[in-house]
Ligand binder design. Structure first.
Ligand SMILES: Nc1nc2c(ncn2[C@@H]2O[C@H](COP(=O)(O)OP(=O)(O)OP(=O)(O)O)[C@@H](O)[C@H]2O)c(=O)[nH]1
Ligand SMILES: [Mg+2]
Length: 473
C-alpha cells in the first residue's frame, strides 16, 4: 500500500464540483486542467508533492461520477470479500465505455488511496450525491468531505451538506479551493491527520515537511529581496561624450535607462519569488490598481507607500545627487574629484553651464578626452524602502493566489490583505536601523560588515514575511 512511503489521496466527486481545483491548490500545481465545462477531467492523474527531491504526498485527480446509481447497485449486489470489491468492479467493467469514468475513479481507491470527496456547497444535496457518498462509504477507506464553497456568499446549503456528510464521513471541512491561503491548506492537512490512526504519523511528517518548506521559501524571499537591494545600490549607467553641450540630453537618456534597469531587476526578483512559490503558468497579471504594477519611480507609488511629500522631495533630491558626471582624460582614465559636486549642480538644473565651467576650469591646458556622465549609484534610502515595500506586497499577492485560480486578478481577490501594517513606514525604529546599517554597508563596500548587516536585514524580513503569511513556524 502506498501509505508506507507517502500518503495518497484521491479527490473524487460529481462532475464540475471543483475536484481539480482542490487538487491544484493542495498540490500547488498550476498545470492542473480546470474548466467550467463538466467532464473536463477524463482520466486519473497523480500530482505528487515533491519537497527537497522527495515525494511527500500525492493527490490523484479523477473524473466525476457518471453512473452512481448503477455502480451502487452493483456494489449492493456484490457478495465477495469486501477487500476485493473495488478490484472486482474494475475487472468486471473494464472496457465498458459506459463505466469508464467509474473504473477510472475507483482505481486509486482499489490501490488503497484515502478519499477526499469534493462537493459544491452552493447547491442543494441531491439523491445522486447520496449515492456517491454511499459508494465511498462502502469502500471502507479513510475519507473526508470537502465542501468547496465555490460561490462566495451562497452558503445556504452548507448545513444540509454537513448533515448529509456526517452519515458517511468522519471528517468534514469547508474549503474554498480558489481562495485558500497556505495556512488554510495546512489546516486542511491537519484535519486529515484524524482520518485514520494508521495514517497519522505519515501525515504529521507531511505537515512538518510543508512547514519546513514554507520556512525555506520565506528565507529565500528575504534573500532575493536583500540581493535586489544590493544590486540596485551598486547599479550605475554611464556614457562618455565629447560634446559637452549634449550633457543634459544624454543625462536624461541615462536616467531613463537607469530606471528601466532598476525596474528590470525588480521584475527579475519578483519572478524568482513567484517561481519559488510554484506559480509557473497561471499567475496572471496583478490587478491594475496594484502598487506593484505602478511605475517604480512614480511619485504616486511612493505616496501610496506612505512616504510624505517632504520625504519624497528629499528622496527626489537624493536620486538627483546620484546623478553625477565624471570628467576624465581619455588615456589616463583619471577621474577628477568632481563627481559629487557635479551631482549637486545637475540636481540644481544648471547642468550644462556648470559642467562647462568646471570642465574648463579644471581641465585647463590639457587635452579633454571627453565627459563621462554617470547615473547612480543611488544615494538615498527611500528608493530602497520602496523596493522593500513592493517586495512585501508582491509576496502577499503570491502567497494568497491559490494555484487553482485561472481568472484574472479581481480587486476583491486581495481585498482582505491588510498589507499596510507590514510596510516599512510602520517598521520599528530598530528595524529601520537594521536597514540603514545594511544600506550603508553595501554603499561602503565593506565585505565583512556587509555579510553581517545583510544577515541582520534578512532576519527582519523573515520576521515580517512570516507575520504577513500568518505563519508561526
Ligand atoms: N469561484 C470559484 N470557482 C471554483 C472553485 N472551485 C471550482 N471552481 C470553478 O468550477 C468549475 C469546475 O472546476 P474544476 O476544478 O474543473 O471541477 P472538477 O470537479 O474537476 O470538474 P470535472 O473535471 O469536469 O469533473 C471551474 O470553472 C472552476 O473555476 C472555487 O473554489 N471558487
Ligand atoms: Mg476536473
Amino acid at each position: 500500500m502506498a501509505i508506507q512511503t507517502h500518503p495518497v489521496f484521491a479527490v473524487l466527486g460529481h462532475p464540475n464540483e471543483g475536484k481539480s481545483s482542490v487538487v491544484s491548490t493542495l498540490a500547488e500545481d498550476d498545470s492542473v486542467r480546470i474548466s467550467p465545462t463538466p467532464g473536463e477531467t477524463r482520466a486519473c492523474r497523480a500530482y505528487p508533492v515533491i519537497i527537497d527531491g522527495r515525494e511527500i504526498i500525492r493527490f490523484v485527480d479523477t473524473p466525476g461520477f457518471q453512473r452512481p446509481r448503477d455502480t451502487l447497485k452493483w456494489m449492493e449486489a456484490y457478495t465477495g470479500p469486501d477487500s476485493r470489491m473495488l478490484s472486482e468492479f474494475i475487472r468486471t467493467h473494464a472496457g465498458n465505455d459506459a463505466f469508464s469514468d467509474e473504473t477510472q475513479l475507483l482505481t486509486p481507491l482499489a490501490d488503497g488511496a484515502g478519499i477526499i470527496f469534493v462537493v459544491d456547497g452552493s447547491r442543494p444535496v441531491r439523491s445522486t450525491d447520496r449515492m456517491e457518498m454511499e459508494i465511498l462509504r462502502k469502500t471502507g477507506l479513510p475519507r473526508m468531505v470537502v465542501i468547496n464553497t465555490k460561490e462566495i456568499g451562497t452558503s445556504d446549503f452548507i448545513e444540509d451538506w454537513k448533515a448529509e456528510s456526517r452519515k458517511h464521513f468522519n471528517i468534514i471541512r469547508i474549503f474554498n479551493a480558489h481562495r485558500a491561503s497556505f495556512i488554510e491548506r495546512i489546516d486542511l492537512l491537519e484535519s486529515l491527520k484524524g482520518i485514520d490512526p494508521d495514517w497519522e504519523p505519515a501525515l504529521k511528517n507531511v505537515i512538518a515537511a510543508f512547514q519546513a518548506d514554507w520556512n525555506q521559501r520565506i528565507d529565500e524571499t528575504a534573500r532575493i529581496a536583500a540581493e535586489l537591494l544590493e544590486a540596485v545600490q551598486r547599479h550605475t549607467v554611464r556614457k562618455r561624450i565629447r560634446d559637452i553641450n549634449r550633457t543634459d540630453e544624454i543625462r536624461q537618456q541615462l536616467i531613463k535607462a537607469y530606471r528601466k534597469d532598476i525596474a528590470k531587476m525588480e521584475n527579475r526578483a519578483q519572478e524568482r519569488i513567484r517561481k519559488r512559490f510554484k506559480h509557473n503558468i497561471f499567475f496572471y497579471e496583478l490587478p491594475p490598481q496594484s502598487i506593484v504594477k505602478a511605475d517604480l519611480f512614480d511619485q504616486k507609488t511612493w505616496q501610496a507607500l506612505g512616504l510624505t511629500r517632504q520625504q519624497m522631495a528629499w528622496a527626489g533630491a537624493g536620486i538627483g545627487a546620484g546623478v553625477g558626471a565624471k570628467i576624465d582624460l581619455a588615456l589616463g582614465g583619471l577621474t577628477f574629484g568632481v563627481f559629487t559636486a557635479l551631482g549637486g549642480i545637475l540636481g540644481a538644473g544648471s547642468a550644462a553651464a556648470g559642467l562647462k565651467q568646471l570642465a574648463q576650469s579644471k581641465i585647463k591646458g590639457q587635452s579633454l578626452g571627453g565627459v563621462e556622465i554617470q547615473v547612480g549609484p543611488v544615494q538615498n534610502d527611500q528608493l530602497l524602502y520602496v523596493l522593500i515595500d513592493r517586495a512585501l506586497i508582491y509576496f502577499s499577492y503570491v502567497i494568497n493566489w491559490a494555484h487553482s485560480r485561472r481568472d484574472r486578478a479581481a480587486k476583491e481577490a486581495f481585498g482582505n490583505i491588510e498589507i499596510d501594517k507590514y510596510l516599512t513606514a510602520k517598521w520599528t525604529e530598530e528595524s529601520k536601523k537594521t536597514c540603514r546599517r545594511f544600506f550603508k554597508a553595501v554603499r561602503k563596500g565593506d565585505d565583512t560588515e556587509q555579510v553581517r548587516a545583510s544577515a541582520a536585514f534578512r532576519q527582519r524580513m523573515v520576521y515580517v514575511l512570516k507575520d504577513l503569511s500568518k505563519f508561526k513556524g
